[in-house]
Write a protein that binds this ligand. Structure first.
Ligand SMILES: [Zn+2]
Length: 192
């Protein structure tokens, strides 16, 4: 039981108290409810893939956004996490494609450029068609460092590079910004 409490407290947003409450709940729950939960936990990893092109969550080799012929392939929005794709998609203002880095540069956590999907982004751009890359990493230290690093790497390429405006309060995350703020930050992006 203490092993399960420790495992649950490693999940984002769940502290030790919450983990204990979940375990107590599970102990009292019906067998079929717990069976269903464990089945879903295993299935989430088995069925969800990352898109080969943009690294967003996908149920196929290529995600539904990359497959959509209505999207503008000349515009790529770079985000840290698949959750940011969901947040920006909710605004409905972005018609281009995404590139998910699956993290941000962090000296503290030992995450360097090699751990992120930055080289893949360079390869995508080199294939042509891309006119503009919008850097929509989070407005915190890691996100800013990542945006500056990518801007430097992409500088030699013949494309426009922009950063979303600082409409999002510093330190808050793209995924938590409300839709109006996020739309404004996209609209008022600045060239780097
Ligand atoms: Zn994709």
């Amino acid at each position: 039981m203490s092993q399960l409490v420790s495992a649950l407290s490693r999940l984002p947003g769940i502290g030790r108290r919450s983990a204990e409450r979940i375990v107590f709940y599970l102990l009292k729950a019906r067998h079929d409810e717990v069976d269903e939960l464990s089945r879903l936990l295993i299935a989430v990893k088995a069925n969800v893939l990352f898109c080969e092109t943009c690294h967003n969550f996908s149920d196929q080799k290529t995600c539904h956004i990359c497959r959509d012929p209505g999207r503008d392939p000349g515009l790529i929005c770079v985000v840290e996490d698949p959750k940011d794709v969901i947040a920006i998609e909710k605004t409905g203002i972005f018609v281009g494609l995404y590139h998910v880095l699956l993290g941000a540069l962090s000296a503290l956590e030992g995450i360097g450029p090699g751990e992120l999907r930055i080289q893949d982004l360079v390869e995508r751009i080199k294939k042509g068609r891309v006119r503009e890359v919008i850097l929509a990493t989070n407005p915190n230290t890691e996100g800013e460092t990542t945006a500056l690093y990518i801007a430097k790497v992409l500088k030699p390429l013949p494309i426009k590079i922009s950063r979303i405006a600082h409409g999002i309060p510093v330190g808050s995350m793209v995924e938590y910004a409300d839709q109006a703020t996020l739309s404004r930050a996209m609209d008022h992006r600045t060239a780097l």
